[in-house]
Design a protein around this ligand. Sequence first.
Ligand code: ZN
Length: 225
Amino acid sequence: MGWIRSTILSRLPGVAHGFADRNADGNPAGFFGFSGIARLNQVHGNGVFILRDGGGIGAGKVSDGDAIVTSLRGIGIGISTADCVPVLLTDHEGTVAGAVHAGWRGTVLRILDSALQKIDEEYGLKPRDLNAVIGPSVGKCCYEVGEDVASLFRDGFGDASEYLIETDGCKYMLDLPGINRGALVKAGVANIEVLGMCTKCNPNFFSYRREGKGVGSQLSVIGLV
Ligand SMILES: [Zn+2]
C-alpha cells in the first residue's frame, strides 16, 4: 500500500488526495505535485485555520489548530494522526478543500461542525455542497475508554449510546469514526464515505494504542490542482 484513496474524492476533477499508511512516499508534496503541504500544530481543540497565502510553506507548521481549509490551488493541506480520525472535505466543484483532525477531544468539541461552519462563512458552501471522507483511525473494535471519557460523550451527544458499547463495569468501546460520521450526517453533508480501516488492528498504520509514546504518524492530504 502507501496512499489510500477514497472512491468519492477520486471521482472529483481538480482534487488530489490520499491517506498515508506507514509505507507512504516520503515526499508527499512531490508525489501529489504540490508546491508544499501546509500542516498545523495540532492541539486537540476545535480551531479552524484558513490558509490564504501559500507562499513559503516549508517543514514548519502554519498555525495552531485542528482543521485547515483552503481554496488555493497547487498547495496541499494535511493533518497527521496515529489513531485519531482524519477527515478530508471538498465541494462538488473542487473549489475548496479541508482536512480535519478529530481525536476524542476534538470530537467532543465538535471540530467537524466548526469546520463546516467556517467553510460556509468563508466560501458560502453548505454541507449539502460537500463531500467528506473519514480515513483510517482506531475503530470501535479497539478503542476502549473509561467512564471519564464516556461521560463526556453521553453528556454532549444525545445519541451517544449508539457509539458507546459497555464492556465491563466502567469500560466502553467508543466508535469515534461512527460518531464523527453521525455529525456529518446530522449537518447534512451530501456524500460521506467511511474507509473503515482500524489503525490498531492493521500493522500497516502507525497506532498510538498499539505502539505507545513516540509512535510515528500518518499524513492525510488533500489539495486542489
Ligand atoms: Zn481495531
